[in-house]
Design a protein around this ligand. Structure first.
Ligand SMILES: Cc1cc2nc3c(=O)[nH]c(=O)nc-3n(C[C@H](O)[C@H](O)[C@H](O)COP(=O)(O)O)c2cc1C
Length: 353
């Protein structure tokens, strides 16, 4: 862990260390998409990490897929996020808000309009989702028209502007884990025959247009982008040419020269090596399945400039202190990951002292 505690520049920020809190949906927002009352405290408790990336936050009502996720498209939602940014900054932390549009990973029960979800193509993921009425099959979504694609890109743009208005240090575009942008990248989730489907270049087009719009809106220094090559989440499969697809995507993202790329890494080492080579700005790696003792390994090996951790950060508000002291970590309580039970399993994880 030689490098983990070294400061680093990210965009125009100076981060005090290279340990990043990975984005985690916690389903504590109110019905109107305003962050929960305890959310500022939850993030502020974790501000000793170099950077906090917030839970996935919908830039539009259509972008919501799960109950209790926050939005960033109404004035009240922006005020809610202002309280979070303020609390994190008061605790000397840095915050990027993750912009998450779930695409087809949704259910009409869970979204304000109760309309059909939207996606690149009318293909269901073949998965179930938790709704207010129990677990249900995810229905077939509606394929986006070209006009709707343009509107969706504008939603990301507005969401990014709103996040900055709310005092966040930046936004992370969620291009990973089976959600809308990833659905465009997938071969089995995108059967479009227009310029957004088919070839690698076409499947990457939506991701790149979103990134370009957001960079234009808030400035490259305030933008990050998350990918998860070949992890099959949400049933998205990039197909045989997945490595080539990511090579193209990352080469083009690199031209936009924004603050960081964040990769959820599930063991495709050659893909990680290629991305490391292709992406010139800071790379955050979230290596799934590593042990606590291995948290800094990717930094030491030169695979990454920062590393992100999810579950350990959720369960350990003082993760930095614990790792420095080689102290044991609290286990996350699986029952309260997504269930709003006040402070329980949210702001009540104990610190060492
Ligand atoms: C409760 C929970 C919620 C998550 N929500 C999101 C999310 O909103 N956006 C996202 O990109 N990843 C999300 N993830 C994935 C994490 O960011 C991370 O990639 C994953 O947990 C693996 O890292 P870890 O082993 O350090 O936990 C979530 C993970 C957990 C455990």
């Amino acid at each position: 862990m030689t490098k983990l505690w070294d400061p680093i520049n990210l965009g125009n920020l100076r981060l005090k260390n290279r340990l990043v809190m990975a984005p985690m949906t916690r389903s504590r927002a109110r019905e109107n998409g305003v962050v929960g009352e305890l959310t500022p405290q939850y993030y502020a408790q974790r501000a000793s990490m170099g950077l906090i990336i917030s839970e996935g936050t919908q830039p539009s009502p259509e972008g919501q897929g799960y109950t209790g996720t926050p939005g960033i498209y109404t004035d009240e939602q922006i005020s809610g996020w202002q309280r979070v940014s303020q609390a994190v900054h008061d605790a000397d932390g840095k915050l990027f808000i993750q912009l998450m549009h779930v695409g087809r990973m949704s259910h009409p029960d869970n979204i304000p309009s109760h309309k059909k979800a939207v996606a690149p193509s009318a293909i269901a993921p073949g998965e179930k989702i938790f709704t207010g009425n129990g677990m249900k099959n995810i229905p077939v979504p509606q394929a986006l028209t070209i006009t709707q694609i343009e509107e969706t890109i504008n939603d990301y743009r507005r969401g990014a502007r709103a996040a900055i208005e709310a005092g966040a240090d930046g936004v992370e575009i969620h291009g990973a884990n089976g959600y809308l942008i990833h659905q465009f990248l997938g071969e089995n989730s995108n059967e479009r025959d227009d310029e957004y489907g088919g070839s690698i270049q076409n499947r990457a087009r939506f991701a790149l247009e979103v990134a370009k719009a957001v960079v234009e809106e808030v400035g490259a220094q305030k933008v990050g982008f998350r990918i998860s090559p070949m992890n099959m989440l949400g049933g998205v499969n990039e197909g045989q040419n997945g490595a080539a697809l990511y090579h193209h995507l990352v080469s083009e993202l690199n031209k936009l020269d924004f603050a960081y790329l964040h990769m959820m890494h599930v063991g495709h080492e050659a893909v990680l090596a290629d991305i490391r080579q292709t992406w010139k700005n800071p790379l955050i790696v979230n290596r799934v399945g590593r042990k606590v003792s291995e948290v800094g390994t990717d930094l030491d090996a030169g695979n990454a400039d920062l590393v992100s951790v999810g579950t350990w950060a959720l369960a350990n508000p003082d993760l930095v202190e614990r790792l420095k002291a080689h102290a044991p970590l609290n286990e996350a309580d699986a029952n309260t990951l997504y269930i709003n039970n006040g402070a329980v399993g949210y702001t009540d994880y104990p610190t060492l002292s």
